[in-house]
Write a protein that binds this ligand. Structure first.
Ligand code: AMP
Length: 421
């Protein structure tokens, strides 16, 4: 892909001016049911050229927000009805074209799509063809909320640039290395297999990126380091990563299992659902909505934003205090469990909105874990920052770190590595 590196005579300079520019840009698309998030990156130096969001697709009041990072121009926002994903991608193209970065640019090497569920089959980034798309469709029953929107985004992008490689980067891929004893539920095997019921895990691009960045922070090779990654955003998951390979993670068949989240319950006795059905007379859809949308922090105290919960705790609000304590208690249980799973832990890494920003959650979840070799440094923990940093005491056997995640960069990196290989 690189141009010839001979002496630049007038003739070669003229020829180079006509030659197509080297394709080093990757457009990352994250298509949700009513939104498309995008970023354009130049992988020659991993810089971000543009980022934006189309939201409320299908409504009269759809909104396009675009930040032209390459030109350093002001953020642009417009409201207009956007009927579907095709119109949304056209709006993205218009915005990029206005910055001289159109979807038709010869510099564009590929489009990288975040795809939530790749099942057992997809263990890495995959160039999308008809057969791959069909398999992503076959996985809809295990990801009914996410895969349909991802597929719509892929089809639309393929329609706009059929000549360009389109790459799927799966949220589940990093977790396909989980051993069978961690991935399988103790369910009747025939029933489980007939319906593809097993633990898949999610947030995989983040866990992969953060575990690698943690190793870098420690100045060690990722294959030598065991890390517990705590991805604490509105959705939250923990993973146990042994030498760069995931050996356990807290989300399961769906993102509902595991930690207490913004609106999801996380781990719960499955009999609660029978009880709600039989005794409370709730429908399956109502139970689904209760556990996914109305539980977790919001169900416990009415707020799912940790900043607001912190503010309310400061005012002595008991519901907010209890929600925080339940959240932290679950987190500590997973740290203990994954310490046992890994045997030796080199680092605990906090990431995503809560993990990167809430010193209170980090302090409360790591408190009193000296027996596990974990000691936080209160001052380091309280200092805010935007880059990866250690927050453990010098005497701590286990390093504790804050490592900002960057799922878009990871998707672009994996996409570019695949198409430029
Ligand atoms: P994410 O899903 O990674 O974007 O994380 C979103 C969540 O991060 C929000 O719902 C908040 O709970 C949390 N968050 C963001 N900023 C802060 C902050 N400064 N302090 C505490 N929590 C924060």
């Amino acid at each position: 892909m690189t141009a010839n590196a001979g002496p630049a005579t007038d003739a070669t300079a003229a020829a180079q001016a006509d030659a197509p520019a080297e394709a080093t840009q990757v457009l990352v698309l994250n298509s949700g049911s009513s939104s498309v998030k995008y970023q354009l990156l130049d992988m020659a130096d991993s810089t971000r050229l543009a980022t934006g969001l189309v939201e409320r697709i299908g409504e009269e009041t759809s909104r396009v927000t675009h930040a032209p990072l390459a030109t350093g121009g002001a953020k642009r926002e417009r409201e207009q009805p956007i009927a579907d994903h095709e119109e949304a991608l056209r709006a993205v193209t218009e915005e990029l074209t206005a910055d001289g970065l159109g979807l038709d640019s010869p510099k564009l090497a590929a489009i990288g799509h975040r795809v939530v569920h790749g099942g057992q089959r997809f263990s890495g980034p995959t160039v999308i063809d008809r057969e791959v798309l069909a398999e992503i469709e076959r996985l809809i029953p295990v990801a009914p909320l996410h895969n349909p929107a991802n597929i719509t985004g892929i089809r639309t992008a393929m329609g706009l640039r059929p000549d360009l490689p389109q790459v799927a980067v799966f949220d589940t891929a990093f977790h396909t290395t989980m051993p069978e004893h961690a991935a399988r539920y103790a369910l009747d095997v025939e029933t489980a297999d007939a319906h593809r019921i097993r633990r898949y895990g999610f947030h995989g691009t983040s866990h992969a990126y953060v575990s690698r960045e943690t190793a870098k922070l420690l100045g060690r090779d990722v294959t030598d380091v065991n890390v517990i990654v705590l991805h604490l955003g509105n959705g939250a998951s923990a993973s146990a990563v042994e030498g760069g390979r995931c050996v356990d993670t807290s989300m399961g068949l769906t993102p509902l299992e595991g930690l207490v989240m913004g609106t999801r319950s996380g781990d719960i006795d499955p009999a609660v659902t029978f009880h709600l059905r039989r005794v409370a007379g709730m429908s399956v859809d109502e139970v689904d909505e209760l556990l996914n949308k109305k539980s977790g922090l919001i169900g416990l105290c009415g707020d799912n934003d940790m900043r607001e919960i912190g503010r309310r705790m400061g005012e002595g609000d008991r519901a907010a205090q209890l929600a925080f304590e339940i959240y932290v208690h679950r987190l500590r249980k997973y740290v203990g469990a994954y310490t046992a799973v890994l045997g030796r832990v080199d680092a605990v890494a906090f990431t995503a909105g809560v993990g990167e920003n809430s010193a209170a959650v980090r302090e409360a979840s790591m408190r009193g874990l000296g027996a596990l070799g974990i000691e936080l440094d209160a001052v380091r923990n309280s200092v805010r920052g935007s880059s990866a940093r250690l927050i453990s005491a010098d005497t701590s056997r286990v390093a504790v770190a804050v490592v900002p995640t960057d799922e878009e960069l990871e998707i672009a990196t994996q996409t570019y590595a695949l198409v430029s290989a």
